[in-house]
Design a protein around this ligand. Sequence first.
Ligand SMILES: Cc1cc2nc3c(=O)[nH]c(=O)nc-3n(C[C@H](O)[C@H](O)[C@H](O)COP(=O)(O)OP(=O)(O)OC[C@H]3O[C@@H](n4cnc5c(N)ncnc54)[C@H](O)[C@@H]3O)c2cc1C
Length: 402
Amino acid sequence: MAGDLETEILVVGGGPAGLILTARLTAMGRSVICVERAPPPADPEDPAADLRTTAFLRPSVETLRRAGVWEALAPLAAPLRIMRIVQRAPDAGKPPRVSADFTPPEEEAGGPFGSNIPNAALRLALTRVLAERPGARLLAPMTLEHWIARFDGVRARLSDGRTLRARLLVAADGRESEIRRAAGIGVRRVDYEQKALVAALAHEGPHGYASSEIHSSGGPLTFTPLRDPLRSGLVWMTPNLKAARLMALSPEAFEAELQAEAEAADLALGRIRLLTRRAAWPIVGQLAERLQAPRLALIAEAAHVVPPIGAQGMNMSLRDVEVLAEELEKAPDPGAPSVLEAYERRRLPDLRLRGLGVGLLNRAAKSESRAIRDLRAFGLAAIRDLTPLRRTAVRLGLGEGG
Ligand SMILES: Cc1cc2nc3c(=O)[nH]c(=O)nc-3n(C[C@H](O)[C@H](O)[C@H](O)COP(=O)(O)OP(=O)(O)OC[C@H]3O[C@@H](n4cnc5c(N)ncnc54)[C@H](O)[C@@H]3O)c2cc1C
């Protein structure tokens, strides 16, 4: 069965990043095999499905367009028209100290910041597009069991016993990437000792397509709008101990705590109900020491993980996709050292900076100190009230640079 399969590029990991990379590269005419350990997604309403949503900011939406998948995703997406940040009063019953609504830069008034899509629906839609895409082959459920890099490409063995040859291997196999480990690439990791609780919610009042981030202490609580104006996704970041308590609450008791948080922040959402189970994600920061090795590139969570603040994680991953695609466009051999070195040179400094920035934001957001809370409220008011500062903050948040 030697050399059963052959392709230009082997992508391991059919999470959102691996699927989008496969779409982006096949839209350029490259041949790609994407291998995913889990069976293909069936029903986004499946109780075992990923409950997270992803807010794709504007540059990422451009990548989705270039990948030829935006048409399939647009009907699933809620436009993000307002980014609302609320610094809550420390004591219940008091009005919020500061609340600021950010809208897209004036010159692009009317266009949203981005689009929010539930992860389960996203994976299903991407899988369907790729099933019809010339040059793309999605093998799932299938595991990469072993691989070696040679001078001209990689040789891989899959869990069904077949072997595969490719010029380039891309690791999109997530935060615990086995490929990264096998390549001997280390990571720097910070455990924030927090969890992000996620669930889908229904509420009586419309969300107005605002993503509302409430800060008190312990971490932000964010409502992200879904397409239905009366439904939102929840991301509640909180220290491990409180997360364990919240996860152990009955659905009714959990809803009551959430309700109290929303009311203290003056969000006019009316009565809030849980639509799904709750899931808890550990919050870590992680960055690989390198993004490449011979015939190998790391992308997305295989390369970097940031706390889910400011919708940066997947958007950083789509920047990886875009830069790798740009470098491949000029290259006859997709795994040539010059391609991989250019990819790393263009991505690593930005990843370091954003990782640091998001990490600092998270430390400030989880701080219990009154001084930090006051500073947060003061900084928020300053950004809100000074137009140039607000514009810079909005652009940085959008991943467009200062
Ligand atoms: C609570 C929360 C909320 C978030 N919200 C946002 C947001 O609003 N905006 C944003 O930009 N980002 C957000 N993020 C980050 C974003 O969700 C992640 O960056 C993204 O889901 C990671 O995608 P990925 O494809 O890199 O990894 P994964 O989704 O982990 O995919 C990796 C895949 O590789 C497969 N795999 C692993 N090993 C093998 C193998 N040997 N063979 C075959 N397959 C293998 C796995 O089965 C898995 O499907 C959030 C994160 C969290 C925790």
